[in-house]
Write a protein that binds this ligand. Structure first.
Ligand code: NAD
Ligand code: DAU
Length: 338
């Protein structure tokens, strides 16, 4: 007998990759996808599986208790990907971040508690630890979020733990590194730089370009989340590390080389305020359970760049959208998003 899984935020980057993975790898599971369809949520991300009988899309807000009760009805498990996710947008205004990334998590946890859900995975992030100059964060490290996005995610992360500690809601918390791969909104480093380069627009590199991120292919992230959904211990936190630390400038050079574009496209701009210098995760806890990522970074990045080259139909409509954030970004960094 299969599970019925509520996936929230399933129309976003990681959520849509996760829905596709579940449909492919768990043929007797049903999936309900609850998504508000914010700017980052797009039905196009799952158009290839939209008519699959084991999949149901519900448009709704995780902050709305009635919508959550309806979507969670009959589900045995939930994975919460829904969030406001872009650090620069949280610098423009953090209200939506507090609403979705904290209050929305509360609404989901309350409903999980009410119906006795068997598993609740809260997708947190490595950003909750803050920046680290040397070494790597373990799950025991102190949380020190340093921007409004990271602080809101830390709120949701600890609220989920509190529902385990207080009410024994069987919560599992994951903290992953920077994801890259297909269907990532072209505001984040990799898709922004690839799509700008394809249009011969400058690549706005913040500060000295030497900030370090640990890169995890989205398919590895999704496989890690599925592994924990089935094998994780309630009440535990798990880092999902990529093991691929690179400076932004190195990623930028690789993207330009793969596209055959000149390095003169690189434009050093003002640094992001409060810019975390380095993220690094210790993935030992998950490795000891027998799970490690599979995608070699060089191959994953090349395939990702190729995906954006081949899917202009996917990114063009959102890249050409002229919104409040676009104006803020262009004013702040003096560089274009589209
Ligand atoms: P995304 O911005 O691409 O997608 C977010 C999705 O959530 C969208 O479909 C959006 O419509 C939906 N959503 C937003 N607010 C909602 C609400 N109130 N109710 C219902 N749906 C709502 O995000 P992503 O990059 O796919 O990230 C998914 C999760 O993974 C987030 O929780 C994020 O914090 C976490 N995470 C992301 C990364 C990364 O590198 N992208 C790394 C680690 C963790
Ligand atoms: O670490 C996990 C986090 O990774 C997730 O929790 C977030 O949701 C996700 O957005 C991401 O946050 P970052 O801030 O690390 O990602 P972003 O792609 O915005 O930036 C990556 C690095 O590239 C960072 O050092 C800032 C830099 N950057 C980014 C942009 C958009 C630039 O230099 N120029 C840019 O235009």
């Amino acid at each position: 007998m299969g599970e019925r899984v509520l996936v929230t935020g399933g129309c976003g980057f990681i959520g849509s990759n996760f829905v596709r993975l579940l449909l492919a790898e768990r043929p007797d599971w049903e999936i309900v996808n609850l998504d508000k369809l914010t700017y980052a949520g797009r039905l196009e991300n799952l158009q290839d599986v939209a008519n699959e009988p084991r999949y149901r899309f519900v448009k709704g807000d995780i902050c709305d208790p009635a919508a959550v009760a309806d979507a969670m009805d009959g589900c045995t498990m939930a994975v919460n990907f829904a969030a406001e996710t872009h650090v620069d947008r949280s610098l423009l205004g953090a209200t939506h971040f507090i609403d979705t990334d904290i209050k929305g998590v509360l609404v989901l946890l309350e409903q999980a508690r009410r119906i006795g859900l068997e598993r609740f995975v809260q997708i947190s992030t490595d950003e909750v630890y803050g920046s680290i100059a040397e070494g790597s964060f373990t799950e025991e490290s102190l949380l020190c979020p340093r921007n409004p996005y990271a602080a809101s995610k830390a709120g949701g992360d600890r609220l989920a733990f509190a529902y385990w500690a207080t009410y024994r809601v069987p919560v599992i918390i994951t903290r992953a590194s920077n994801n890259y791969g297909p269907y990532q909104y072209p505001e984040k480093l990799v898709p922004l730089f690839v799509t700008n380069a394809l249009r011969d627009l400058p690549l706005p590199l913040y500060g000295d370009g030497r900030n370090v991120r640990d890169w995890l292919h989205v398919e590895d992230h999704c496989r890690g989340v599925l592994f924990l959904l089935e094998h994780g211990e309630p009440g535990e936190v798990y880092n999902i590390a990529g093991g691929n630390e690179h400076e932004n400038i190195a990623i930028t050079h690789t993207i330009l080389r793969l596209l055959g574009k000149p390095e003169t496209l690189i434009r050093p701009v003002e640094d992001r305020v409060g810019h975390d210098r380095r993220y690094s995760l210790d993935g030992g806890k998950l490795a000891r359970l027998g799970w490690t990522p599979r995608v070699p970074f060089a191959e994953g990045l090349e395939a990702t760049v190729r995906w954006y080259v081949d899917h202009e139909w996917w990114w063009k409509p959102v890249k050409d959208h002229d919104g409040e954030f676009q104006k803020y970004y262009e004013q702040q960094y003096g560089a274009r998003l589209a």
